[in-house]
Write a protein of this length. Structure first.
Length: 561
């Protein structure tokens, strides 16, 4: 099943639930924000310390009716006290872990705020997390993204929902629906945080955005977007960039017409299509990614297609992206902030089963391993040559099979994540901002994804394994509570993340007895997150050089040029 390729792009609430419930106290906290008064609740961290929780805060007006597919409008004030005790509705979606539709509600633009103090002595750093899920599923809810691990380091955590798949990323190249509604949701959420976080004890001048997988693609898109300028001060990008093949969409209008045809509207009139798509039940718009793929897309790359796009310019319509993130990087026009960025050592564990199920085809047709960006640039015979070189590099004279499983994992790690991270870092280094590169290689019983895939015996950390060292949830609850090793690693990872959010340096004063040096183009410094912490240069040098040679030879921007 192709969905295995995006299975666990984030761990969604459908399959993981926490056993711990909030502990209410007699006096619930009241906070006044620009829209009115909010009542939260008080809960306890794993160490027994209290913290304040404000869930289901509306940050935008419900994007329903004629507002479907359009840029969000700011939340309107309310009268009385708004109870922010429970999470708001999740957005309608096809859950990629359970392979089921989740109806949710179109009125889903909510965020959650967690803080240990509403009136700290000094304002607290703010960390805004953008969830992954292939831009198709997920939410910011605490049954997956619990705040306990991060809050022990005295930061404020904000998690958000944003519109997904067709509802969030339909683009018709018309002023009414230029695209990127889901990204504009995130922008409005960030504006809400900047305007209101001081009321929760947070510092509006020290906001870090961080995300994993599609969420990492999103935060690096915000680095490219003029609409996001000034709304954040640091970025942490985990396993994804805006310049990945799956980072920015193409042929989005044709895809929209295919979506209409799947739902029963075969038209060539974009306005007729819009009227139809605004009339169908929201849940009918979920799960259309696979149903709208072209034959070529079924064979090449990840099935991630309703995603950010480059918008056409329209009068009186502010675009989220007016140029491709790659062109913005090359022009030096990014929002220049300190960056912490990396990937997991065995991201490709997630794609192993799918690759093996198609081993015969890929052994005979390795040209479909060539990234779309290259295949669209070079002639067909060159694509075939590149494909043969890819296969040769990873398995030599052998075939793709169970016997070459480790090589297949390395291939998909590099193809889908690692090389793009290295290329992004190289291009962004021209900004003269501090960049901290990592490779996440922690392996323990907390590697929930790897273990769930039945691949515990294999080396490295799978895609999304890092999430379980950053967020408390039911998936690893027992491991964390019973194993001291797990608690020690969680402390180290969350300290690196929160120290970067606080200071722009993940190891100030050589904390954790290591000095994580900023990346330079000459030194290529990075840290390997494992036991013990290990600093080095030029991560995965030979593998990254192989891919860079392909990009350079294709005439594309690369590290070697």
């Amino acid at each position: 099943m192709r969905a295995i390729m995006v299975l666990l792009f984030c761990m969604t609430a459908a399959n993981i639930s926490t056993c711990r419930k909030s502990v209410s106290v007699s006096t619930d906290p009241i906070v006044t924000v620009k829209q009115g008064k909010l009542k939260g609740s008080t809960s306890t961290l794993l160490n027994g310390s209290p913290y304040y929780s404000f869930k289901g805060i509306p940050y935008a007006q419900p994007p329903i009716g004629k507002l479907r597919f359009k840029a969000p409008l700011p939340a309107i004030p309310w009268k009385g006290i708004y109870e922010a005790i429970e999470h708001g509705a999740v957005c309608p979606q096809f859950d990629i872990t359970s392979q089921k539709l989740i109806e949710g509600n179109e009125n889903c633009l909510f965020l959650n705020v967690y803080t240990k103090s509403l009136k700290p002595v000094t304002k607290l750093p703010v960390m805004v997390f953008i969830h992954g899920g292939a831009f198709t599923s997920g939410s910011g809810n605490s049954d997956v993204f619990g705040p306990d691990y991060l809050l022990q380091h005295d930061v404020i955590l904000v998690t958000i929902n944003y519109r997904l798949e067709v509802l969030g990323f339909l683009s018709l190249d018309i002023p009414e629906v230029p695209g990127n509604a889901g990204m504009k949701d995130q922008v409005v959420a960030l504006k809400w945080v900047k305007d209101n976080i001081a009321q929760f004890g947070g510092d509006p001048n020290n906001i870090s955005i961080f995300g994993e997988s599609a969420g990492s693609g999103a935060v690096t898109c915000h680095m490219a977007s003029p609409m996001s300028k000034g709304l954040f001060h640091k970025v942490i990008a985990q396993s994804g960039t805006s310049i990945d093949d799956w980072g920015v969409g193409k042929d989005h209008v044709a895809r929209a017409f295919r979506a209409g045809k799947v739902l029963g509207k075969d038209t060539k009139d974009v306005h007729e299509l819009l009227e139809f798509l605004q009339s169908v039940p929201a849940i009918d718009l979920a799960g259309l990614t696979f149903k709208t793929e072209t034959e070529e897309e079924k064979l090449r790359g990840l099935p991630v297609h309703f995603i950010p796009v480059v918008e056409k310019n329209f009068k009186n319509v502010e675009p989220f992206l007016n140029k491709s993130p790659l062109d913005i990087l090359l022009a030096g026009e990014t929002n220049k902030v300190p960056l912490m960025i990396g990937y997991n050592s065995a991201e490709g564990l997630l794609m192993l089963s799918d690759h093996l199920s198609k081993a015969d085809f890929r052994n005979k047709n390795p040209e479909y391993l060539v990234p779309r960006e290259i295949s669209q640039k070079v002639p067909q015979d060159k694509t075939k040559e590149f494909g043969a070189r890819i296969k040769k590099f990873y398995v030599g004279n052998n075939e793709f099979s169970n016997d070459t499983a480790e090589a297949i994992v390395n291939l998909h790690t590099d193809l889908n994540f690692a090389y793009s991270v290295h290329r992004f870092i190289h291009l962004y280094a021209a900004s003269n901002q501090h960049i901290y590169q990592y490779v996440f290689n922690y392996v323990s019983d907390m590697n929930f994804v790897k273990i769930s895939l039945g691949l515990a015996q294999m080396k490295g950390a799978s895609h999304a394994d890092d999430l379980f060292y950053l967020f408390y949830n039911g998936g690893t609850k027992n491991v964390y509570e019973k194993q001291e090793k797990a608690r020690e690693i969680v402390y180290k990872v969350t300290k690196l993340w929160t120290d970067f959010a606080r200071t722009g340096n993940p190891t100030p004063n050589n904390s954790l007895n290591v000095k994580w040096e900023p990346f330079t183009r000459t030194g290529k410094q990075y840290i390997k997150l494992e036991e013990p912490l290990c600093v080095g240069r030029a991560a995965n040098r030979d593998r990254i050089q192989f891919w860079d040679n392909l990009y350079c030879q294709a005439g594309l921007p690369c590290i070697g040029n």
